[in-house]
Design a protein around this ligand. Structure first.
Ligand code: SF4
Length: 225
């Protein structure tokens, strides 16, 4: 899909169909600058939800700050784990080793559910090419929670992403040069080889391939055992 078509779709959704009721959820990861730049040209005050899990690479936090300044974004909201739930579920901070699903539940899924409460729709940066499980990704998804999720880059290729980043002279996440093509929490992300899918480095050694935020409806963290 040409960038102009994607931008026109987003402009209609943000300024008209869901005006005041839509947010972008961004990881400030390897390819996040595309949507952040596109949305900044439409409305730099659009709410941007950033899941600050407490386990991110310091490079991601620095990249977030640099992009926010460069794009003049004015409403970036950090969604963080509930302190009491986190202390109960992960007192040693190593839950990712033994139960990554539960760790993602308390550090990502529940905070996002709270952050999305005021909104009727949200925008995600997922793409079909990222791995096989996303090959059938649709541009629009309807959750059983009645919230609509827009995946405006679903049909974009890696080449489309690279071309957009280059055309607008957007900075790359500093870990991209080290071979990271999909960047999540530090304990659960490794760089990938050129012959691997971009997300092959996520939760390596576990059957897990998604953190859970893209299941609908969003649910609260499991009660501590
Ligand atoms: S990606 Fe890893 S560290 Fe981050 S919330 Fe999920 S299991 Fe925990």
């Amino acid at each position: 899909m040409p960038a102009e078509t994607t931008a026109a779709l987003l402009r209609a959704l943000i300024r008209e169909r869901f005006a005041g009721r839509i947010a972008l959820v961004s990881s400030f990861g390897a390819e996040s600058a595309v949507l952040l730049h596109m949305l900044a040209t439409i409305d730099p005050a659009l709410p941007v939800i950033f899941l600050d899990t407490g386990k991110l690479f310091p490079e991601t936090l620095a990249y977030r700050d640099a992009l926010v300044a460069r794009l003049a974004l004015t409403d970036v909201r950090a969604a963080r784990p509930d302190a009491a739930a986190l202390a109960a579920a992960d007192p040693a901070g190593r839950l990712w080793e033994s139960d990554p699903d539960r760790c993602c539940g308390v550090r990502k899924v529940a905070p996002l559910a709270r952050a999305l409460a005021p909104f009727d729709a949200w925008i995600s940066g997922r793409k079909r090419f990222q791995d096989g499980s996303r090959a059938g990704l649709e541009a629009v998804e309807f959750g059983t929670d009645w919230r609509i999720k827009i995946n405006p880059l679903a049909q974009w290729s890696a080449a489309d992403i690279a071309a957009y980043l280059g055309r607008h002279d957007l900075p790359l996440h500093p870990l991209v040069a080290a071979g990271y093509r999909s960047i999540g929490c530090a304990p659960c992300t490794r760089p990938v080889r050129p012959d691997e899918a971009p997300r092959a480095g996520r939760w390596d050694g576990h059957a897990k391939t998604e953190c859970g935020i893209h299941r609908t409806p969003l649910f609260s963290e499991r009660a501590p055992a």
